[in-house]
Design a binder for this molecule. Structure first.
Ligand code: NAG
Ligand code: NAG
Ligand code: NAG
Length: 347
């Protein structure tokens, strides 16, 4: 590879690999069963304009949004990817997600996003996809209760259901995934408490990315929220109450934490911040106490906001806190840069 690099300029090399990839796709003869399933999916979505290449006379491994991988009996469909970049303005899929999506046994990635006219529930048949690792259905109009049967897909690593219309309580069984690394439920109509079974997400020890922001969740944060190995956690813009201190300890791996715009009520004074934090957003809550001096040990911290809380005391001067201007601290009860500048940030 290194030798090839020296002989051939990079763009040419890229072109070479692109054509190599294209040729490998062309050479694969599409599995007849997969082709029949895709044609049913096309009909289920009311023959959308973007699927004109989905023509029976053409090898289905070359169809728009379809990728295959060679298997003994021909090319099996492994990816179905149609993220509609035009959004609401044009194109896109129509109708419910067809049950036949569950009939592509080699599917590992399914991305159908930004189709405002795709509505209804997620079909139960998806649980048949035992190789599915990437499921992105963001920015559709899917509705109903959160489908907890998705956790039966043990291969699932990424699940993106953000910007849909899922509503109601989060079922306690929902978090029972085997291998999930990324979960976004952002911007739905979820309400009620975060079930304590959220601790069940920790069965897989790798760092987790989780977003529940912009819902209508309420009630006290469960202590089990401190169990999973979060790398990023976004619970912002809900109505959560209680005490999230289980999330804080110097040795936690979390780098990004957003708890802003909730009703959290706890004392910050005794908190030990995770040392790897890059962003900590706590603004617009009801946090009391003062900012602990340990904050100045967070070398990586480049986003920090505690404004609109009930904090008091002097902001501990140091290399980290000096990075932030008054808008990170204003509208607290009696928080001061120093004894002389209390008024500047306090009110
Ligand atoms: C999930 O969907 C949102 C909204 O489209 C997007 O911003 C985010 O990058 C997606 N994440 C993944 C891992 O696909
Ligand atoms: C959570 O995980 C435990 C242990 O695997 C299991 O016994 C329990 O049923 C799970 N809870 C739910 C609600 O699925
Ligand atoms: C902190 O949050 C407040 C309130 O939402 C906002 O007005 C301010 O601009 C934010 N400051 C920073 C530095 O993000």
């Amino acid at each position: 590879m290194a030798a090839l690099n020296q002989l051939v300029p990079i763009p040419l090399l890229r072109l070479f690999f692109f054509f190599f990839f294209l040729a490998s796709q062309l050479a694969l003869a599409c599995d007849a069963g997969d082709r029949a399933v895709l044609l049913k999916i096309k009909a289920g979505f009311q023959n959308p304009g973007k699927f004109t290449s989905w023509d029976e006379s053409v090898n289905c491994c070359t169809w728009y949004g379809v990728l295959c991988y060679p298997h003994d009996d021909g090319g099996r469909v492994t990816s179905l990817i149609y993220y509609n970049i035009d959004g609401a303005s044009s194109g896109g899929l129509f109708g419910r997600l067809p049950d036949e999506l569950g009939d592509l046994p080699f599917l590992s990635s399914l991305v159908l996003g930004n189709h405002p006219n795709v509505y209804g529930v997620i079909p139960l048949t998806l649980t048949r996809l035992t190789r599915l690792s990437f499921l992105n259905l963001a920015h559709n109009s899917l509705s109903g209760a959160l489908p907890s049967f998705l956790s039966q897909i043990h291969s699932l690593a990424v699940l993106n259901l953000s910007f849909n219309k899922f509503r109601g309580l989060i079922p306690p069984e929902f978090f029972n995934f085997a291998a999930l690394r990324y979960l976004s439920l952002e911007a739905n109509d979820l309400e009620g408490v975060i079930p304590s079974t959220i601790g069940n997400l920790s069965k897989f020890p790798l760092p987790l990315h989780f977003t529940l922001s912009h819902n209508m969740l309420s009630g006290d944060i469960p202590a089990e929220l401190g169990v999973p190995n979060w790398e990023t956690l976004d619970l912002s813009h809900n109505m959560l109450t209680g005490d999230p201190t289980a999330l804080f300890a110097a040795n936690k791996a979390i780098t990004y934490m957003d708890l802003s715009f909730n009703k959290l009520e706890f004392d910050l004074t005794g908190i030990e911040f995770p040392i790897k934090l890059k962003k900590l957003a706590l603004q617009n809550n009801m946090i009391t106490g003062s900012i602990p001096p340990q904050i100045n040990k967070l070398d990586h911290l480049f986003g920090f906001n505690v404004s609109y809380n009930q904090l008091c005391g002097i902001i501990p001067a140091g290399p980290v806190m000096n990075r932030f201007d008054d808008t990170s601290f204003f509208r607290n009860k009696c928080l001061c840069r120093s004894k002389d500048t209390c008024l500047a940030v306090g009110f």
